[in-house]
Ligand binder design. Sequence first.
Ligand code: AMP
Length: 249
Amino acid sequence: MKLLVPVKRVVDYNVKVRVKADGTGVETANVKMSMNPFDEIAVEEAVRLKEKGAATEIIAVSIGPAAAAEQIRTALAMGADRGILVEVEGAVEPLAVAKLLKAIIMKEEPGLIILGKQAIDDDMNATGQMLAALMGWGQGTFASKVELAADSVTVTREVDGGLETVKLTLPAIVTADLRLNEPRYASLPNIMKARKKPIENLKPADLGVDASPRLTTLKVEEPPKRQAGRKVGSVAELVDKLRNEAKVI
Ligand code: AMP
């Protein structure tokens, strides 16, 4: 069974993002970019499924600038077999990503797609769900455990206040949550080997998809600055300030 893992190039999670001076978005020039952390978890899960013998081939797909090939290489170094880069300049929205992934699925016919639950740049949490809807397939979102059988996948989901287990008929869509696994670091020999693995380059037009944005960003702004804290001398003073200054009790 083939597995498809979409990996997004995003600002590295360690970077303190800065809003552009004109308020149109966040600064990405000269900023460290990495694979979306939830996508690393998705790649790790796919590699583990292949190591267990439940899958035969892993295809990593990224939709973004030419530099997103770096994130595909990372997936290849972790254990994916080949990559597909759909080159798109500028922002690409979840619906366009889902349509492009659908076109790739039609060509590649994978049995399971494992996405991240959300990309940490836009926090959309939408692509996996949109893809499931476009395909008419079952979805197991926020997965903390995935068990793959020949014609079904059992997914334990992290829901409010507990865990829910669902069984989906294949082909199906899974989105990875934080506790699914701990992604491996690629070893140097595997990074070298990954250089030889193939990456196919496509444009949205090759897949017959219009990837132009439907949304207009009106404004991006920093959260309001928090005021410095103050020390109080006693519980009575604290209660007085909460009652008379903050007026919260
Ligand atoms: P989002 O719906 O944007 O929060 O993204 C959810 C997941 O969809 C991500 O974790 C990725 O697995 C996938 N995804 C979203 N955008 C892209 C992209 N441009 N290229 C590849 N995968 C993507």
